[in-house]
Design a binder for this molecule. Structure first.
Ligand code: XMP
Length: 506
């Protein structure tokens, strides 16, 4: 197996870097910047890419990587901030650029394996700082009118860097650049594809399931849908999907999701109305971990009942992905929260678990979904947690609170969609905080609830930044929620990244 790791310093284009590498037929993944050498090496490593970032290398809290990254014995490519960080850590100089470039400009390429077959052409620049002196052993390898060192290399150590963004389509020879790095410099043969992965996964599922029956918990989200599509491809109608309406769904969700599955996915889906059951189990419960365990257990009990009705299914398919596993505290990591499908499972239940997506991150699950030919609206749906609104009503869950939450969430989704941001923002929702405060409406005093708006950008949910939504949009959202949702008189915006926060409030 060949693998190129991208250390993710937080630039908005990073997912695109992974895509460009994958387009060259090599598996690529984003890892947090301070990942250990063992994690970076993994089972195979052909090269490392240091991504761009909104940070400056001179800022005290600017993101860093371990110095060992430069002596792993594989080629390293720095992109934008990645180039500045390489320079800074290896003894060169980075300074504020006299002109902040944010444009397509012509680059003049010197002799470098990075630029094989690339004539002088347009590259995309987006930066405030730039390299003014390369570290010892390096030579400049490209320049533009305003940037004398637009690329550099130390061929003996196989360290390369570019100030521009080769991953964006505005860079004219974008694909050629990645072909040069991935095949020419890292020496990869290629051959990886999400399609290839799909047939491997399907074979594994067939071998594991044999002639048995499987039930799947389908939530309407990306993970469980991709898992179901995979298993359906492997075992056909021996898979029965169960969509549980637990009373903690968003406005119109049950109808929309069921309609979508029936029309577009050709899956065998049963809808179970378990609203009363879940809400009774949760009555009076306030502690978040307790709520999560109750929800996890209630799901399993519903699946057990339904499995009996279809003549016994031995396996339960879950769309568990890697971050669910990590945060639930398995494998030595501490418990952050018990995801309903991992740490929230009861101790005893009558199923063997089938979790084909367990090793993958969300962006990979989406790639698998696309390779399976699933509809784009579903593959790119924002994540929605299994416990649903149950972990967005802080404290005790009541129908009144759920209604307020549903209506405010509906408005937020509508405004984000109208602003054309539904794909750019990773996840967005409202939270019923339970807090009440004083306000004034129509010359009268109010004493009503506070709704929090949460919107984040991320690639894999492991680390996120709060989304920098335009202020005008925030004002519109706030005005509409207060005007249209009874008993809300204040809206706050959550400006916490993860870490230290988490995406959900419970
Ligand atoms: P946190 O809040 O841990 O969330 O930063 C990370 C991602 O996981 C989703 N999430 C869940 N998904 N079952 C799920 O299927 C759960 O119990 C659960 N808890 C959180 C959350 O919405 C975010 O996308």
């Amino acid at each position: 197996m060949e693998r190129i790791v991208i250390l993710d310093f937080g630039a908005q284009y990073n997912q695109l870097i992974a895509r460009r590498v994958r387009e060259q037929g090599v598996y690529s993944e984003l890892l947090p910047p301070m990942s250990s050498v063992e994690r970076i090496r993994g089972e195979a490593l052909s090269g490392v890419i240091l991504s761009g970032s909104p940070d400056s290398v001179y800022a005290e809290d600017g993101r860093r990587c371990l110095p060992e990254v430069f002596s792993l014995g594989v080629p390293v490519l720095g992109i934008c901030y990645g180039m500045q960080l390489m320079t800074h850590m290896l003894g060169g100089t980075v300074e504020k650029a006299p002109v902040r470039e944010y444009a397509g400009v012509t680059a003049h390429f010197g002799s470098s394996p990075l630029f094989d077959g690339m004539p002088d052409s347009t590259v995309w620049m987006s930066h405030n700082d730039m390299v003014t002196r390369v570290p010892e052993g390096f030579a400049a390898a490209a320049h533009t009118a305003d940037c004398p060192i637009a690329a550099m290399q130390d061929e003996s150590r196989r360290l390369y860097a570019v100030q521009f963004h080769p991953e964006v389509a505005h860079t004219e020879y974008c694909a050629k650049f990645f072909e040069n790095f991935v095949h020419g410099i890292c020496g990869c043969a290629g051959g990886w594809s999400p399609e290839g992965l799909v047939s491997e996964l399907v074979d594994d599922i067939r071998a594991r399931v044999g002639e048995r029956k499987v039930v799947a918990g389908l939530s309407g989200g990306v993970d469980s849908s991709v898992a179901a599509a995979l298993v359906s491809r492997a075992i056909g109608d021996r898979l029965t999907c169960i969509f549980v309406d637990h009373g903690l769904l968003r406005k119109n969700e049950a109808d929309e999701v069921m309609h979508f599955y029936r029309e577009n996915m050709g899956l065998n889906v049963i809808e179970v109305d378990a609203r009363e059951y879940f809400l009774t189990q949760l009555a009076g419960v306030t502690e978040p971990e307790r709520k999560r365990k109750i929800i996890g257990e209630s799901f399993v009990r519903v699946f057990e009942r339904e499995a009996k009705k279809i003549g016994g299914a031995e396996l339960l398919l879950q769309g568990t992905i890697y971050p669910d596993v990590i945060e639930s505290g398995t494998g030595g990591a501490s418990v952050i929260k018990s995801h309903h499908n991992v740490g929230g499972l009861p101790e005893k239940f009558g199923f063997e678990l089938l979790e084909p997506l367990r090793p993958f991150f969300k962006d990979e699950v989406r790639a698998i979904g696309e390779a399976l030919g699933m509809p784009k609206e579903l593959v790119w749906r924002q994540p929605f947690p299994g416990p649903g609104l149950g972990i967005r009503v802080l404290g005790e869950i009541t129908e009144e609170k759920l209604t307020i939450l549903r209506e405010s969430d509906w408005i937020l989704r509508d405004e984000i969609k109208k602003a054309g941001l539904d794909r750019a923002v990773w996840q967005y929702f409202t939270v019923f905080t339970g807090m009440r405060s004083v306000g004034v409406m129509g010359d009268s005093r109010t004493y009503d609830y506070t709704i929090a708006v949460r919107a984040v950008v991320s690639t894999d949910a492991m680390t996120v930044e709060f989304a920098e939504l335009p202020h005008k949009l925030l004002r519109r959202i706030s005005n509409r929620i207060i005007a249209e949702v009874p008993h809300v008189n204040r809206v706050v915006y959550d400006i916490t990244d993860k870490p230290p926060g988490t995406i959900e409030w419970e």
